[in-house]
Write a protein that binds this ligand. Structure first.
Ligand SMILES: Nc1ncnc2c1ncn2[C@@H]1O[C@H](COP(=O)(O)OP(=O)(O)O)[C@@H](O)[C@H]1O
Ligand SMILES: O=P(O)(O)O[C@H]1O[C@H](CO)[C@@H](O[C@H]2O[C@H](CO)[C@@H](O)[C@H](O)[C@H]2O)[C@H](O)[C@H]1O
Length: 481
């Protein structure tokens, strides 16, 4: 199989650097929008297609370097490239650039996942368990292969890139290239082998190599047809409520409390299954000090960027001390970045997706055992987000916030947070509200993360976590007014 490697001393994407640098910032998955890019180099490159297969398919890992201090000096990303002299019209939107071909003409280079022929090839290679150059296409043992056909790219808000195969399977290409096993694949595999009904069954994966270590390229799982995500469902419920602001959340037709209760049970079941599959250990004094240390590191970072956080620095640090004083707790593998958008309501129940952890953390931090309370706190934060998201427009209008709507939003958040905890306690036997110091520390840590996340990604939303941060501090009487 023809394969080139930058180890030859040549950069196989050399002629495309400018095109790639112009294309990357417009990709939803590229997290470094707004950063100052210094340059790009190819770290790994291989041709995946056979000489007689059309279009030509290439896999590459590129490293983008930055001159600003807004994050790591260099980040690596994965690309699947389609190369053809005349690609099909429906990949027009995915064109990256052009480069000379051996026939003296020009080839078009495009984002390969946009081409149904390439996604069909990848699905077939997984089903057949083939190896192409450095890429191993691995079916999950004991699973039934889905019908092979072209994939349809998912065009929504995503940190990675997915294609859907006829409502039967979904394949996610991980965009950030990191050596090691991706926790999304690792935990789906562990939960699947545990017989979990709370995750979509894994069907296979594509594995590669980076820095001499295995790297997860992509993951294939069963597609949950006819599902809706928890964030859209929660927003519908809040919309119903705010349209009839004289009624309480339990009086409107779109009450979400039953679903919040079911989500609590689902998250509780996932925690039990992860503990059974991968073990638990007590959070001793040294472990608690370490957790507090991670929270403080994040606080320092956020304080350097957002004034509203810097002003409350000492009050926030005081709440974090709750981790050490909260009493016995255990740590285990957890989801790590749970929110309503990571829950899918299927016709039979709720599924949890996307076990990658917080996108900005290193792999070592994302796989570190942590308290299940981090996931619980993240879900509680998400109910707050859903409640107050629709008030953003009012907040920013000349009339300012409407106190009646704010009261209703707060009631909605409290009702659903409480139902979630009831459901969680029912399944695990542990009510998160019985450890308020630990819960508050994790909630505050998430709110600080969100302030930073929104400042970088959606500045118009930053008032949501800032408001929660102030509320969490007021609850302890620790806020500086
Ligand atoms: N198994 C699945 N069945 C149906 N839809 C799914 C499934 N997994 C993911 N999705 C859809 O794909 C979207 C992105 O998936 P996610 O794993 O969150 O990707 P990312 O890591 O890129 O954020 C989800 O919001 C959901 O709409
Ligand atoms: O889905 P990702 O793993 O990429 O997670 C990141 O993006 C999320 C936003 O999509 C972000 O979640 C925050 O916004 C949600 C509403 O859009 C809200 O429900 C969450 O509570 C809030 O944290 C997540 O923090 C970030 O890591």
């Amino acid at each position: 199989m023809p394969a080139t490697s930058p180890a030859d001393g040549t950069d196989p994407l050399a002629g495309l650097h400018d095109d790639l640098l112009a294309w990357l910032p417009s990709q939803r998955w590229f997290p470094a929008k707004g950063r100052t890019v210094a340059g790009l180099r190819t770290v790994a490159h291989a041709t995946v297609s056979l000489p007689d297969e059309l279009p030509r398919v290439e896999h590459a890992v590129i490293a983008v370097s930055f001159t600003d201090a807004g994050g790591s000096a260099e980040e690596r990303y994965q690309l699947v490239l389609g190369v053809a002299s005349s690609p099909p019209g429906d990949v027009e939107y995915a064109v990256i650039g052009r480069r000379p071909n051996d026939q003296g003409g020009q080839d078009v280079v495009y984002d390969g996942l946009a081409d149904g022929r390439i996604s069909r090839l990848f699905l077939a290679l997984i089903t057949e368990g083939q190896t192409r150059g450095p890429l191993r296409f691995v079916p999950e043992p004991g699973t039934e292969a889905p019908i092979v056909g072209p994939g349809r790219p998912l065009l929504g808000e995503q940190s990675n890139s997915s294609v859907i195969y006829g409502e039967r399977a979904i394949m996610k290409l991980f965009r950030r290239a990191t050596a090691g096993l991706n926790p999304d694949l690792e935990l789906h595999r562990a939960l699947g082998r545990q017989g979990s009904h709370e995750v979509a069954p894994l069907l296979g994966a594509i594995e590669g190599e980076l820095d001499g270590e295995p790297m997860t390229v992509a993951m294939l799982q069963t597609y949950a047809a006819n599902s809706a995500d928890g964030w859209s469902m929660a927003l519908t419920s809040v919309r119903d409520l705010l349209a009839e602001a004289d009624l309480r959340p339990d009086e409107v037709g779109g009450d979400f409390a039953g679903e919040a209760h079911r989500i609590g049970k689902t998250v509780g079941a996932v925690h039990i299954e992860l503990a059974a599959a991968l073990g638990t250990r007590p959070l001793d004094a040294a472990g608690a000090a370490e957790v507090e240390e991670w929270m403080l590191e994040r606080l320092e970072r956020a304080s350097g960027v957002v004034e509203g956080v810097a002003e409350q620095h000492d009050a926030i640090a005081a709440v974090y001390r709750g981790v050490s004083t909260a009493g016995p707790s255990t740590v285990q593998r957890i989801h790590g970045d749970l929110h309503l958008g990571q829950e899918l309501r299927t016709p039979t129940g709720w599924l949890v997706i996307d076990f990658e952890g917080e996108p900005s953390k290193s792999l070592a931090d994302r796989v570190r055992p942590d308290s299940p309370m981090r996931d619980v706190a993240a879900m509680l934060r998400s109910f707050d987000y859903a409640a107050f998201h629709q008030l953003l427009d009012w907040e920013q209008s000349v009339d300012g916030p409407d106190p009646q709507l704010e009261r209703r939003a707060q009631e909605w958040a409290e009702r659903n947070r409480s139902s979630f905890c009831d459901g969680y306690a029912e399944v695990t036997g542990t009510d998160p509200r019985e450890n308020p110091a630990l819960l508050r520390a994790y909630e505050l840590d998430k709110a600080v993360y969100e302030v930073l996340y929104e400042t970088r990604n959606r500045p118009g939303w930053v008032s949501i976590p800032l408001r929660s941060m102030r509320r969490l501090l007021t609850d302890t009487g620790a806020a500086r007014r």
